[in-house]
Design a binder for this molecule. Structure first.
Ligand code: ADP
Ligand code: ZN
Length: 724
């Protein structure tokens, strides 16, 4: 009799499924996680579909599925999601599946916890240590082996000895749960009018069931988190799982504590810094439905939830939601897709929604719930510009007198001040005063950034680093180097000179060794252990610093003029968020923006606190240019070590683009970062109408185009966020 045949998807860079024979005794069904022979090795794979009409001539060539793993099968919902994401992003299905199977090799073998209890016979020889152990276990209860040793201050050998003599017996304990069940009714907030309206609306949405998208649109500190916690609480009451996505998981310590204060327990965490063992356990706990709330980075979207009932995307506008390598997906957009497929509500929270989301809300595709006021009646910080054309900092300095004066006043009042400068290191450029030589990266077209703390010149694109040379490599002049422009380290020198008494902390991703350390430093700021904080965008996100009332933006123009279609939107969001750190608890928040272009629409909107005016203008500009969300974009980046070969391939590729009236293919052109890590980069930009199936077009194009050969690589980015 002919064997049953199933098609399996393997988590490698392949789009298609492969047929295998399915031995009856394995009782296989779609979604089952299996072990298959693949070439010379064995691979974990997932049964994707029944193959009802296999080609019987191949029967003898097909291999058997070897084994079924003792894991819950991937639900149809997740398999559908994998297919959808792969199709949309023009990635291979295998690579998307791989994101769902990120549990590592440790899966299925959680280290068993061994417990001990009293079994009877007293040992022949008694010691003080043994006495203590027997006293502890006299009640007949089971204790973990290591707990028993720890509590009685004996070595593991003492316990082992008692087991060998038969005084104690061992018992296998279930593993510690990855997260305990949160209590939805522990500490609900006492809501204000707007808040209770929003919370009730979310609860009604959950009660109604089905897919929906709600934009929780409220200024920083308006209680968005408290409000969506109500939706999470309701989801827990319904016995379903919630996913809360965060842009930067390293920065969520405060959030986890807050969650624990509201629900009694911390949620399960999911991010790249989990140990392999914890990752495996979290994965299976999510799959078994043992975890009811997951807080995670974008990759948490691909977990095999047993019964997902709600997705919240916090700070939905954040750029960190876009994955820029491997499968290039936007986690906010894919969260909406997953919600649609799973028929569940999605909540997007932001004080400065992305333009895409704002347009969807204006057009009624998303429902908007507004929280226009800060909780506790604090007013939003007032914002003023410092016109650097008139108020010049002293030569070689970057803090203009009005900003220095404001910080002085804040310190005198016992308040904190934040200097925001989104640039790591000491100075972005170093040149030789004698001959004009500039230090640049040998692998990239980028200047080397002076990092004095590390005593190196560093490339921010490829990590290339050299120690500070004693003399100019070109003219051999000694002591001739000049640092041009400020980074946070240089700003620190200036701040320490201006405010010698102040306790100063510099927060920059390259200065903090670990996530733990960062969490401690953020906590130190919140506790008021520093007077002045100098920070990059690390400080902009989601923190609550009660003593901080003044935020000074050292270079508000940074990022405004870089040719990126989203430059204005990003700068607006970032500066709004940074300034929003001020005055959240007591006192009056104040933001000062140092700028050379105070008349720029972004700066004007920040000062006037007129968000709507900014969106109106930006939406109009995008519409005119047919930029997203009014048109679609995809970018193709061709890169290779040889400039000529890379260019020729990029041109061949461009010529193979299927001609269409409504699709424009621009380029190839040198990318703004035309050399990175020794690879030349060229970009093609594809523009289409909003409703056009750009993914299908790209697939057709690639199928017809010559393949990239050798070391030339082609990267495809649908809905690109980066244009570098
Ligand atoms: P957002 O998420 O909009 O920035 P949060 O939810 O973090 O706002 O709220 C800001 C601060 O105000 C938090 O410390 C929060 O606990 C507090 N808060 C907000 N709403 C309430 C409320 N109704 N009762 C008590 N505290 C509240
Ligand atoms: Zn470099």
């Amino acid at each position: 009799m002919a064997r049953r045949v199933v098609d399996v998807l393997v988590p490698v860079a392949l789009d298609r499924t492969y047929s295998y024979r399915a031995p009856d005794e394995l009782k296989l069904a779609p979604g089952d996680i299996v072990c298959v022979p693949l070439g010379a090795r064995e691979a974990t794979a997932v049964v994707w579909a029944e193959n009802p009409k296999p080609d019987r001539r191949l029967d003898n060539r097909l291999k058997d599925i070897e084994d079924k793993l003792a894991l819950p099968p991937l639900k149809p919902e997740l398999r559908h999601f994998v297919d959808w994401v792969a199709n949309y992003t023009v990635a291979s299905r295998g690579m998307v599946l791989r994101m769902c199977l990120r549990m590592g090799e440790h899966l299925g073998s959680p280290r068993a916890r061994i417990g001990v209890r009293l079994a009877g016979a007293r040992p022949q020889r008694m010691t003080a240590a043994r006495e203590r152990v027997l006293a502890l276990l006299a009640d007949g209860m089971v204790r973990g082996k290591s707990e028993a040793a720890r509590e009685t201050a004996v070595s593991a050998g003492v316990i082992e000895g008692l087991i060998d003599e038969g005084t104690l017996e061992t018992v296998v304990l279930p593993p510690e749960p990855i997260a305990h069940q949160p209590d939805p009714d522990l500490a609900p907030a006492d809501f204000t009018g707007d808040q209770s309206f929003a919370a009730a609306a979310l609860k009604a949405t959950l009660a109604q069931g089905g897919y929906s998208v709600t934009l929780l649109d409220g200024v920083t500190g308006s209680g968005k988190t408290e409000v969506y916690f109500e939706a999470v609480a309701d989801t827990i009451r319904r016995g379903r799982q919630s996913l809360i996505l965060m842009p930067e998981i390293a920065l969520t310590a405060q959030f986890l504590d807050r969650f624990a204060a509201r629900f009694g327990e911390r949620p399960a965490e999911w991010h790249s810094e989990l140990t392999p063992r914890r990752r495996a356990r979290a994965w299976s706990a999510v799959a078994q439905g043992e975890v009811s709330v997951v807080v995670g980075a974008r990759s948490a979207l691909f977990l095999p939830y047993a019964d997902l009932g709600l997705i919240v995307v916090d700070e939905e506008h954040d750029q960190a939601y876009k994955q820029e390598d491997g499968v290039r997906y936007h986690a906010r957009d894919m969260a909406v897709v997953r919600g649609h497929i799973a028929h569940i509500p999605v909540v997007l929270a932001s004080a400065t929604p992305s333009l895409e989301t704002e347009v969807n809300a204006r057009r009624g595709r998303y429902r908007r719930l507004a929280l226009p006021e800060r909780f506790g009646g604090q007013s939003m910080p007032s914002v003023e510009a410092i016109d650097l054309r008139r108020e010049r900092p002293p030569p070689g300095r970057f803090i203009a007198p009005p900003l220095a004066g404001a910080v002085k006043t804040a310190l005198e009042r016992g308040e904190q001040a934040l200097f925001f400068l989104n640039r790591r290191g000491y100075a972005p450029l170093t040149l030789c005063r004698a001959c004009g030589f500039r230090f640049s990266c040998p692998n990239c077209d980028a200047w080397l950034v002076d990092h004095r703390f590390r005593r190196e010149l560093v490339c921010h694109h490829c990590g290339f680093a050299v120690p500070h040379p004693p003399a100019c490599p070109q003219c051999q002049a000694q002591n001739s180097f000049v640092a041009v422009g400020p980074g946070v380290e240089r700003l620190e020198e200036e701040v320490r000179e201006l405010f010698p008494q102040a306790r100063v902390l510099v927060l920059s991703s390259d200065l903090v060794a670990t996530v733990e350390r960062l969490r401690e430093e953020l906590d130190d700021i919140a506790q008021g252990r520093f007077d002045i904080v100098i920070g990059t965008q690390l400080v902009a996100k989601g923190h609550h610093f009660p003593k901080l009332n003044l935020v000074g933006v050292v270079d508000a123009d940074l990022g405004l003029n870089n040719g990126d279609p989203r430059a204005a939107e990003r700068t607006f969001q970032l500066l709004h968020q940074v300034v929003g750190r001020a005055g959240r608890d007591a006192g009056i928040g104040f933001g000062l923006l140092q700028t050379h272009q105070p008349e720029h629409p972004v700066i004007r909107a920040l000062i006037a606190q007129d968000r709507e005016a900014f969106y109106d203008a930006e939406i109009e500009a995008r519409e005119r240019a047919h930029y997203p969300p009014f048109g679609r974009l995809a970018s193709l980046v061709v890169s290779g070590p040889d400039k000529h070969d890379t260019q020729s391939y990029a041109r061949l590729l461009a010529r193979a683009a299927p001609p269409r009236d409504d699709v424009r293919v621009l380029g190839p052109a040198d990318a703004p970062r035309s050399l990175v890590r020794g690879r030349h980069r060229l970009r093609l930009l594809v523009k289409s109408p909003r409703t056009f199936d750009l993914s299908a077009y790209l697939r057709d194009w690639l199928a017809a185009a010559p393949k990239a050969k050798g070391s030339i690589k082609l990267g495809i980015d649908v809905d690109p966020q980066s244009f570098l």
